[in-house]
Design a protein around this ligand. Structure first.
Ligand code: NZQ
Ligand code: ZN
Length: 381
């Protein structure tokens, strides 16, 4: 276990009807209420937020699309500056939350906003404070400081170590309107977040390992139940807590992580518009198989502790574990093969290679063991 500092200042307000606590947690300043493309108006969330804002000075801006766009966010930044906004309230899924995080930085940045994406300038400001009402259990963005923006045809991470939500309300009632498609997405995204922090190599971090395995096992249990019984609030609540815990840095401190599946998945979203979680299900097992030697020890541990695979032939155990993982994703309606996406054509491998070269992503993985030639194999149809 390496030395680490763990500091996560986000106040979590969790549970049934906790949206009613919004008004007590909002500061008495001018607020920007930010939301997506309208799902909150189709259920009761919008009205509940408006009720809580009754005694607050606020303006609202909707229209944040999935995979939030830099140019769209630049326009909202102008509004924030013109209207002297002091606090952002983000109500939605990871896309709305990530857009709010970008705005929190952009609002305090005086230079060209392209710099925030292209350089390290995002770290140079003290971001505007913001709060979150999460309506989609998936990304963990409600309890971490990172955001992902779409910028000129690419997905780019924007990081500022102070950019945590002041509070996040996780009210499972607000998520009941999600179609099953997004329940599957949410479970898979969180599951892969855990795998990318856990499935590396033995790092003398037994508590990190067991935290991770407990989230994986709980996601298999309550994720499946939520998918089968979408209106069951008890399962939904546990799923929500899993997805938040999967990416609030707790399981990732003190260990090396492997974010290569995310890095490659982001390319598929940029190229074909495939949902974030669905790209991960396409990449993960193919990625692991190519790096069998480095992944073997943790894969055997994962297979044994999470799926109860006790096969003594290591190669077979490795394959059985990949299959168990892919079967789990498929059981949630999330495909693991490219044939499910007719828009993906035979030249994917070459397209991917030229993208990665342009982005200067020559090697990936915790041991830099995923090079361009191996990546081509992942995307060979
Ligand atoms: O836009 P609205 O109308 O709100 O509709 C959304 C959207 O169409 C809808 N939705 C959200 N809550 C709903 C609902 N529909 C019905 N009922 C509800 N309660 O769901 C659709 C997808 O929403 P989106 O926010 O795009 O999904 P998700 O939460 O999966 O977020 C994906 C984004 O997060 C980024 C991804 O790259 C992607 O841009 N990520 C952010 C991370 C982070 N900041 O830590 C980590 C992740 O790995 C990920 O990269
Ligand atoms: Zn993710």
């Amino acid at each position: 276990l390496q030395n680490f500092i763990y500091h996560n200042p986000t106040k979590i307000i969790f549970g049934v009807n906790t949206i009613n606590q919004l008004k007590d947690n909002l500061p008495r300043v001018k607020i920007l209420f930010l939301y997506g493309s309208g799902s909150i108006k189709k259920n009761e969330t919008y009205q509940k937020v408006i009720n809580n804002l009754a005694n607050h000075d606020f303006i609202e801006v909707g229209g944040v699309a999935p995979n939030p766009d830099f140019d769209f966010a630049v326009e909202i930044t102008k509004t924030i500056k013109e209207k002297n906004i002091d606090f952002i309230l983000a109500v939605g899924g990871g896309s709305v939350i990530d857009c709010a995080k970008f705005l929190a930085i952009a609002a305090k940045y005086d230079g060209d906003l392209n710099d925030i994406i292209l350089g390290d300038n995002a770290e140079t400001v003290t971001p505007l404070p913001f709060g979150v009402i999460s309506t989609l259990p998936a990304t963990g963005s409600e309890m971490n400081s990172g955001s992902v923006m779409s910028y000129k045809g690419n997905k780019v991470g924007v990081f500022n170590s102070n950019n945590y939500p002041v509070f996040s309300i996780l009210d499972p009632c607000l998520t009941l309107s999600l179609p099953k498609h997004y329940i599957g997405n949410g479970v898979v995204d969180a599951y892969v977040h855990v795998l990318e922090q856990y499935l590396t190599f033995p790092q003398s971090a037994p508590l990190q390992d067991r935290f991770s395995e407990s989230i994986l096992k709980t996601l298999i249990e309550v994720g499946t139940k939520t998918y089968m019984e979408p209106q069951n609030l008890e399962h939904r609540a546990s799923m929500f807590w899993c997805t938040t815990m999967a990416l609030n840095n707790l399981i990732g401190v003190g260990v090396e992580s492997d974010w290569s599946t995310h890095a490659l998945g982001h390319q598929l979203t940029s190229m074909y518009g495939i949902d974030h979680a669905r790209t991960l299900a396409l990449v993960w097992s193919k990625n692991m198989r190519l790096r069998k030697e480095n992944k073997m020890e943790k894969m055997l541990q994962y297979g044994q502790r999470v799926f109860g695979i006790n096969e003594t032939d290591n190669d077979l155990a490795f394959e059985l574990t990949l299959k168990a993982t892919d079967d789990f994703f498929e059981s949630l309606g999330v495909p693991t093969t490219f044939t499910s996406y007719p828009e993906v054509e035979d030249d994917l491998g070459f397209k991917m290679m030229s993208r990665l070269k342009a982005l200067k992503m020559n090697t990936l993985g915790e041991k830099d063991d995923l090079n361009i030639m191996k990546i081509m194999q992942i995307f060979k149809l």
